[in-house]
Design a protein around this ligand. Structure first.
Ligand SMILES: Cc1cc2nc3c(=O)[nH]c(=O)nc-3n(C[C@H](O)[C@H](O)[C@H](O)COP(=O)(O)OP(=O)(O)OC[C@H]3O[C@@H](n4cnc5c(N)ncnc54)[C@H](O)[C@@H]3O)c2cc1C
Length: 391
């Protein structure tokens, strides 16, 4: 059974992240709701100055070199301030580079990603393949001394401002499912790289999502990450880590929402009483904070299991993300309810958190797809137990 305890250093990291989130991210998020502009470079630089970028990237490549549990603690605090900051603190795009990138690729990109000067994008989803990522149609072919990409991606976060895009493409047409996918780096300005339409979303607008088209897009041979056809194997290793910390992001937003709502409810008087003192409200709040704590512990445990390399870490991480995202949706909705009509005002951050929470059940593996993984595990465990009894 995986146990975890926080060291003094981890507590200090959490404290520092909380201070930064409350001092810098909370006002930045509120300002962004007014302006609707993209995530500010100035905030990125500030995050870099405070050691809040490249959390999981080794120190030798310019990152913080933290274990998954420490990342979870920090991301929980950052998400409580402004969820949109967390995708920079720990970016999906660094995973393949760390798993299989050449020394030259790591040196070229990781330092810049960790100091906020390079914005990366991660391009997997296509019109025909979101959950079913193995079904991607974008093709990459070796031609002459390089590779040529042809195809289309959608929903790619920050593609319009990305200095480099990590692209998943099919290199072998008839490979078995999950095989034959290669990862290629495409830098800004590469001929044939076209940023298409922007998809307007209800949340997370500071990091907008875009269509990306590869029209005979040629990249040099050294832009291939790892070996041809092995792309998926490089990201699969990261799933446990990514989904465990996603759980902590959800927890951060849920905690921030209930904290905000309670501050309001202890002041607001109706029927001659503070709203927070009605028994109906107190019971509801008790249930919500209990669920938040359960989600928090599931996420920490999943993070600790990822650090341990536990064989059930991917399942634990899926459970954490499924549950924590569901809790975030429920808590942000109930937090708005606690404010009554005020809950719907854009003056308060709750309606933003409510909109963000919906994304948590979809990004980085939808709840339904993660449930398939968890149920497979449950079935296997049941069978193993049954055969142990028979033997
Ligand atoms: C704000 C935002 C940012 C994003 N950023 C990126 C990015 O940077 N890079 C990137 O590559 N992608 C990105 N995406 C895409 C995201 O990863 C996909 O939207 C997600 O994986 C779901 O894929 P889909 O939209 O094609 O839905 P589909 O796969 O079509 O799913 C539709 C519904 O069917 C369900 N479903 C699918 N398969 C099953 C099954 N076997 N059993 C039961 N239910 C099933 C799903 O859970 C879902 O409810 C982003 C999306 C959003 C909204």
């Amino acid at each position: 059974m995986t146990q975890y305890q926080f060291s003094e250093e981890q507590r200090a990291l959490r404290e520092a992240a909380r201070k930064f989130a409350q001092g810098v991210l909370v006002p930045a998020a509120a300002e962004n709701e007014r302006t609707g502009v993209e995530f500010p470079k100035a905030v990125l630089r500030d995050m870099a100055k405070h050691g809040l970028l490249g959390l999981d990237v080794p120190v030798e490549y310019g990152g913080q070199g933290l274990d998954t549990l420490s990342c979870a603690l920090i991301l929980e605090e950052l998400a409580a301030g402004w969820f949109s900051s967390t995708i920079f603190a720990m970016n999906l795009a660094t995973g393949p580079l760390l798993a299989a990138g050449s020394e030259a690729q790591k040196k070229k990109f990781l330092g810049g990603i960790c100091n906020g000067e390079i914005v990366p994008a991660f391009a997997l989803t296509e019109p025909a393949g979101g959950s079913d990522a193995a079904n991607i149609k974008t093709r990459v072919a070796r031609e002459g001394d390089g590779y040529v990409l042809r195809g289309q991606k959608i929903f790619i976060t920050n593609a319009h401002r990305a200095d480099v895009i990590i692209v998943f493409a099919r290199s072998t047409a008839d490979a078995p499912r999950g095989k034959g996918i290669s990862i290629v780096l495409v830098e800004k300005g590469t001929p044939g790289l076209k940023i298409g339409q922007r998809f307007e979303t209800i949340a997370h607008g500071a990091n907008p999502i875009w269509e990306v088209v590869f029209d005979e897009c040629r990249v040099p041979r050294e832009n291939l990450i790892g070996a041809e056809g092995e792309g998926f194997s490089y990201i699969q290793k990261d799933f446990a880590k990514i989904r465990a910390v996603y759980g902590s992001r959800c927890v951060g937003v849920a905690q921030a929402a209930i904290d905000y709502a309670l501050q309001y409810a202890v002041e607001r008087v109706q029927f001659g009483q503070k709203v927070a003192s009605f028994q109906g409200i107190r019971f509801k709040v008790a249930e919500l904070v209990t669920k938040i704590e359960a989600a928090r512990q599931l996420s920490y445990r999943a993070a600790a299991m990822a650090d341990e390399g536990h064989h059930e870490a991917p399942v634990a991480a899926s459970m954490a993300k499924i549950f924590a995202s569901q809790v975030a949706v429920e808590v942000t909705g109930e937090a708005m309810q606690l404010l009554g009509g005020h809950g719907l005002l854009r003056l308060h951050p709750l309606e933003r958190m409510y909109r963000e929470a919906k994304l948590f059940q979809i990004g980085d593996g939808t709840s339904e797809v993660l449930k398939l993984l968890v149920s497979r595990h449950a079935n296997k465990r049941a069978t193993d137990r049954q055969s142990a009894r028979v033997d």
